[in-house]
Design a protein around this ligand. Structure first.
Ligand code: ADP
Ligand code: MG
Length: 663
């Protein structure tokens, strides 16, 4: 129901409520406080000078109103409290005067001037503090809409007919956990009588929110399973093993298991929707390649999509190298192809003469049609939106989809964001990998940094340098790389080759420099930000990151993963004058999962996923960081409920399903 049906909400308040995202009564009553103020009566005798105090008592004198220039005013009165009589002053509340009659009960919050025995109040409320503490809800407001008004609207709405508030917890679970009913819980959350009650009410509301969310995920997963729109096929495991045995290295157990999980998905008539996650350098790419080969054997085309052109080219070259003794036709499709080459590739995909294509987003443009696309792999966690998925359809059949991510996802997020997917995990790094020695350095220690760099260069190793991140102006990242290049030139330019890549460069130029770096013609590669995620140069043994504090730990871990890819000992130098404590975590922790958990604790999920996804993940009351147990319980229950056909309330199920469309 519309929020305008709540008594007291006129057009002006309505537009202010809309401004903070409140349209319906449901929105209003679930506009939860973002914090609570706990009011505990102070003992003025023990309070210190200038301390913030909260005290209640009776007004003892008629308030005196003083008016100043510029419309300022001040009220002075005396208050009798349990710890003696005290003076109270409050600015700009002249309107309170009529209510501050002698004998009125008031609560005063403010700063205590011990010498003068006067409280300069920031707020005055009518009433008395109970024996216990008083807990007050504090809301996110907006200009023109006060905390008090919001609280009044919410409480008015809560007095209305309960039917306007949907309860998503099925009776079975409400009974099982002896949950409060929804209205009671809402009442408590907005007007907490005690901390214990508040906790109980919150658990109930969190459970409900997570239950509805996990129901949605489980429902989508189940729908997907029932669709049976996948391609079923026969793939001989012997053929796959033969191929694996010819690889230049032995697969780790985790790589082998992941491969088998994927191949088994390919064989089923249910469309694969799988996430392959593994730490940087764990060797996800080769698993992707084997899957593409398996898909080829079953007679279908494969597409591998990378986030950047550089990465697409790297994958393309590696794939070609791996399959050089076969007659599989592999092509590269990126945005920078000329018209003629592009149309040739599009033709080849349509007539089926191209078996595998590697590329960027260019792969899923509207005019790119496939004859028989059987497998789509996206590197570095690109998830498709619904429309993009539709673009991947061919002949009404959906290709299998594999997502690869090097951002190890904290288990809570794996459950939520990727909850609708199956997950394969590569934990084990290939044999012989050495951990990358990581050091946090301040800018004053730049000399040490240069010396360490020199040591690597002398040993014919290569170095990545990540330039400071500056967002102020359009071209500033270019300026910082160029400045840095000048500095590096001064130090090393006479003996070593230094080059730069940055976002604004034409991709042809970028690729040229990348391939020179790969071939060892460039010794120091300076680059901006993270454009080169996934690049693999085994001879690079050092990465120096300026302004390291600007990055999340997971991003730093990704960047660090650029080195230590072969068997040379490698170093990662993090340069920053601030935030050293957080950065030090990098010195001791090398496990991407642990790092992402830390990051998650420190910064939330913003750094793990783009803003778009993090927006999807906003819960109103649950916090997946701290409510993991409730999440797991809600997941299990919602799944059981979904599959329970003896379910008593089809109506509730229906409203849960409908809630999917609203979110
Ligand atoms: P990521 O998982 O970060 O994408 P890559 O797939 O780029 O990692 O692999 C990193 C490097 O490790 C590549 O050079 C790859 O050839 C190599 N590699 C992958 N698997 C193995 C293995 N089992 N043994 C040795 N080297 C491997
Ligand atoms: Mg990779």
């Amino acid at each position: 129901m519309e929020v305008s049906s709540v008594k007291g909400i006129g057009p002006k308040s309505l537009s202010l409520l809309n401004k903070i995202g409140i349209y319906t009564i449901d929105d209003l009553v679930t506009h939860y406080p973002f914090r609570y103020d706990v009011l505990v009566r102070s003992n003025l005798k023990e309070s210190l000078h200038d301390e913030k105090v909260i005290i209640d008592g009776k007004v003892e004198s008629v308030p005196i109103l003083l008016r100043f220039k510029a419309g300022l005013n001040k009220l002075n009165f005396r208050l009798v409290t349990a710890s003696g009589v005290v003076g109270v002053s409050i600015f700009n509340r002249a309107f309170l005067k009529p209510n501050l009659e002698i004998g009125a009960n008031v609560i005063v919050i403010g700063k205590f001037d011990k010498a003068k025995n006067v409280i300069t109040a920031s707020d005055i409320k009518f009433g008395l503090l109970g024996k216990e503490e008083k807990i007050e809800a504090v809301y996110h407001c907006t200009n023109g809409l006060t905390n008090k008004q919001l609280s009044t609207y919410i409480n008015t709405a809560l007095l209305m007919n309960s039917k306007d508030i949907t309860d998503y917890i099925p009776e079975k679970y409400a009974n099982k956990y002896k949950f409060l009913n929804k209205k009671t819980a809402l009442n408590i959350v907005h007007n907490p009588p005690s901390k214990e009650k508040l906790r109980e009410a919150k658990v109930r509301l969190k459970y409900e929110e997570l239950f509805a969310f996990m129901f949605k995920i489980n429902y989508l997963k189940e729908q997907h399973r029932l669709e049976k729109k996948g391609i079923s096929r026969d793939i001989s495991i012997d053929d796959i093993n033969q191929f694996i045995n010819k690889l230049p290295f032995e697969l780790t157990n985790d790589q082998r298991n992941a491969t088998m999980e994927i191949v088994s998905d390919l064989c089923k008539n249910i469309r694969m929707n799988r996430l392959l996650q593994g730490d940087v350098g764990s060797g996800k790419t080769v698993v992707a390649f084997i899957s593409m080969y398996a898909n080829y054997l079953s007679g279908y085309q494969s597409a591998l999509m990378a986030p950047t052109e550089i990465l697409a080219i790297q994958h393309y070259n590696n794939l070609k190298e791996l399959l050089k003794n076969t007659n599989i036709n592999i092509e590269l499709l990126t945005g920078s192809l000329n018209k003629k080459d592009r149309s040739l590739i599009i033709e080849g995909l349509k007539d089926g003469s191209i078996d595998m294509v590697v590329g960027t987003h260019a792969l899923i443009q509207n005019d790119v049609l496939y004859k028989s696309l059987g497998l789509v792999i996206t590197d570095e966690q690109h998830r498709f939106g619904v429309n993009q998925r539709a673009n991947l359809q061919n002949k009404g059949v959906m290709p299998d989809v594999l997502y690869m991510s090097a951002t190890p996802i904290p288990r809570t997020y794996a459950l939520t964001i990727y909850g609708d997917m199956d997950v394969s995990t590569i934990k084990e790094l290939p044999k012989g990998r050495k951990t990358v020695q990581t050091l946090v350095k301040s800018e004053r220690e730049i000399k040490d940094v240069l010396e360490l760099m020199y040591e690597e260069l002398r040993n014919h190793h290569q170095i990545y340098v990540i330039a400071p991140l500056i967002e102020e102006s359009e071209n500033s990242d270019l300026t910082t790389v160029i400045e840095l290049k000048d500095k590096m030139n001064l130090a090393f330019g006479s003996k070593f080759k230094i080059d730069i890549v940055h976002g604004k460069m034409a991709s042809g130029a970028k690729d040229l420099i990348m391939s020179e770096f790969k071939n060892g013609k460039v010794d120091i590669l300076i680059s901006t930000t993270v454009i080169e995620v996934g690049v693999d140069v085994k001879n690079a043994s050092m990465i120096v990151i300026f302004d390291a504090n600007r990055f999340g730990l997971s991003t730093l871990h990704q960047l660090r993963g650029r080195v230590g890819r072969g068997d040379i000992s490698s170093k990662c130098l993090l340069i920053s004058d601030v935030d050293a404590k957080r950065l030090k975590i990098m010195e001791t922790t090398h496990d991407g999962f642990e790092i992402s958990e830390e990051d998650f604790k420190l910064r939330g999920h913003g750094d793990l996923f783009g803003t778009k996804q993090s927006g999807d993940m906003m819960f109103k009351i649950a916090d997946v960081r701290s409510d993991y147990k409730i999440l797991v319980q809600a997941r299990d229950d919602s799944n059981e409920y979904l599959l329970d056909t003896s379910c008593d309330s089809e109506k509730l199920k229906q409203s849960l399903i409908e809630s999917i469309n609203h979110s």
